[in-house]
Design a protein around this ligand. Structure first.
Ligand SMILES: NC(=O)c1ccc[n+]([C@@H]2O[C@H](COP(=O)([O-])OP(=O)(O)OC[C@H]3O[C@@H](n4cnc5c(N)ncnc54)[C@H](OP(=O)(O)O)[C@@H]3O)[C@@H](O)[C@H]2O)c1
Length: 258
């Protein structure tokens, strides 16, 4: 097992990519704190993890608010005694956003969850990881940060900021044996996509998938499990000499499809 007796916090661990990462970590021997805003969803995933024989804790917190984040980190240390791994996964956006159509409120909200949230979680765990002289931080960005599929100015700016946060912290924390890396997923089949599809007609949905597949060199969407595999590498000692890196996990993106 690659994460035996490690303790991880996975933000947004109740659905899609975050759930895939949480379950994969648990299968590798890790105890996992499941965070999201909706506590019932978090309790369900925590129950699945406990059924595998690992410890788990469901914590409701909005990652864009420092009080909830600090409380989550303090509760994790109280319950499990340490934090080895932080996966900053909570995030997302709904719909396109051209610059002229983006309100102050939308900008603050999307930057809040996708960038400020990652900063707040890092700031809360770093003093603990520094004391332990060990830590693994994994920030989920997006291929959209370097290869936008459509204009979504707040989201892509936030995910670009995540890449800056990653390289800055990797540099600052390397002397403490804390690695900080980012994953850039391409289109992944998650609840986020399902919800978007539910708003479309069947024909629109089919056309949308066709368009997506044609843009990706591997001609298919990814699955949460495929991002979880990259996260496992970055969370385990297999990546002990890897820090400050951004790993593209987008079926070949940003290469052009044939
Ligand atoms: N799916 C893709 O194709 C794709 C592509 C590139 C990057 N990504 C990135 O991958 C990450 C996960 O995406 P996903 O598609 O798996 O999303 P998802 O299925 O919509 O799940 C999002 C998760 O984040 C939680 N969350 C949302 N806002 C939160 C907040 N303010 N505080 C705490 N938790 C919050 C949600 O739970 P609650 O609603 O209960 O809070 C849920 O657990 C995101 O950072 C996203 O930007 C996704």
């Amino acid at each position: 097992m690659l994460l035996k007796d490690r303790v991880a916090i996975v933000t947004g661990g109740t659905k899609g990519i975050g759930k895939g990462i949480s379950l994969k970590f648990a299968r590798e021997g890790c105890d996992v704190v499941i965070n999201a805003r909706h506590i019932e969803d978090a309790r369900k995933v925590a129950a699945e993890i406990k059924a595998m024989g690992r410890r788990s804790l469901a914590i409701a917190a909005d990652v864009s608010k420092s009080a909830g984040v600090n409380d989550m980190v303090a509760r994790t240390i109280k319950e499990f005694g340490k934090i080895d791994i932080l996966v900053n996964n909570a995030g997302g956006v709904s719909g396109d956003a051209k610059i002229e159509d983006t309100t102050d409120e939308a900008w603050q909200r999307v930057i809040g969850v996708n960038l400020t949230g990652q900063f707040l979680c890092c700031r809360a765990v770093v003093p603990h990881m520094k004391k332990k002289k060990h830590g693994k931080i994994i920030n989920v960005a997006s291929m959209g940060a370097i290869h936008p599929p459509a204009p979504i100015v707040h989201y892509h700016s936030a995910k670009g900021g995540v890449l800056g946060l990653t390289t800055d912290l990797a540099f600052e924390l390397a002397p403490y044996n804390i690695t900080v890396n980012a994953i850039l997923p391409g289109p992944i089949r998650t609840e986020f996509f399902t919800e978007m599809l539910n708003k479309m007609t069947a024909a629109e949905g089919k056309a949308f998938f066709k368009m997506l597949e044609n843009k990706v060199p591997m001609h298919r969407m990814g699955e949460p499990e495929e991002i979880a595999g990259v996260a496992l590498f970055l969370a385990s000692e297999l990546s002990s000499y890897v820090t400050g890196q951004a790993i593209n996990a987008g079926g070949g993106l940003p290469l052009e499809p044939q």
